[in-house]
Design a protein around this ligand. Structure first.
Ligand code: GLU
Length: 281
């Protein structure tokens, strides 16, 4: 029995493209080398962007490439209650607060504080009276994780948070976690019942994932994932980040590059072997 279990976790917001294929080749190659298994997870929590027909497309494209996964795929949109329980637990621990700010308010606050747009956000709960008023007006809000509270809760352990990073050659190093890169993350969103960091860490734990292999675009995610894992008492997998395939503009491939979709490459007569060569894995 191998102790290596990894996953491929695409979001069905479009057809898979060459970049996804490269990621999948990295995932399955690592599992094959270790004699382990791969699970498939459909990360479709954003119901405004994800569509069931793209999930069907993902299964079709992966099967065409010859990938096999253990077990039936986990479809995140069927498990929102699981993610609610995570937020409830973190709230019971006193680590969350409701954030009523709109995007515009947040941008204005950041500007007033002299921060660059998109800087990590840290905030405070509203004073109780104001919060009660907003709630009575049914104002929408998102739950956020308070890094200040997490720091108090974990004490010296907060500064000792770390995770193992394994490069593609198998060399492992320990990286100190910097949750501050993310600020007070959203645990829910005004327009979605959960957020990526919650659903992803919950499922990695539930599915017993020992190794996470994903692109360098998600390199920073582990810094907040290890905090959530520690707060929830979940194990931290080993993380590997593979290079991304870049488009002609030097940017990472996006699903809008229809010409690069696996479906269109297949239609153009390419074989799975050709795709593997193009993916360079
Ligand atoms: N669903 C994410 C994506 O498609 C991947 C998340 C992960 O591997 O943790 O980019």
């Amino acid at each position: 029995m191998s102790d290596f279990l990894t996953r491929f976790a695409p979001s069905p917001t479009g057809r898979l493209h060459l970049g996804h294929a490269a990621s999948a080749f990295h995932v399955w190659k690592a599992a094959e080398r270790a004699g382990g298994d791969v699970l498939l997870r459909i990360e479709d929590i954003d119901q405004t962007r994800c569509r069931p027909e793209f999930t069907v497309g993902i299964l079709e494209d992966l099967a065409w490439l010859g990938f096999e996964w253990a077990d039936t795929p986990r479809i995140q949109s069927e498990h929102f209650q699981d993610y609610d329980r995570v937020v409830e637990r973190l709230s019971e621990l006193g680590l969350t607060y409701r954030c009523f700010r709109t995007r515009t308010e947040m941008a204005a606050e950041a500007e007033a504080a002299g921060l660059a747009p998109g800087s990590p956000f840290t905030g405070q709960p509203l004073p109780a009276e104001l919060e009660a008023e907003r709630l009575s007006q049914e104002a929408p809000f998102a739950w956020r994780l308070s890094l200040d509270k997490c720091r108090d809760y974990l004490g010296p352990d907060y500064d000792r948070l770390s995770f193992d990073v394994r490069d593609l050659d198998g060399q492992t190093r320990i990286e100190k976690a910097r949750p501050d890169l993310h600020g007070d993350i959203n645990l829910t969103r005004k327009d979605a019942p959960t957020a990526y960091h919650v659903a992803c860490t919950h499922d990695d734990a539930l599915q017993g994932i020992t190794h996470v292999i994903r692109g360098t675009d998600l390199e920073d995610a582990a810094h907040i994932h290890v905090l959530l894992q520690t707060l929830m008492g979940w194990p931290t997998p080993i993380y590997t980040h593979h290079p991304l395939i870049l488009g002609p503009d030097g940017q990472k491939l996006a699903k809008r590059f229809e010409s690069q979709s696996l479906a269109s490459l297949r239609e153009a007569g390419l074989t799975p072997r050709d795709v593997k060569r193009l993916a360079g894995v």
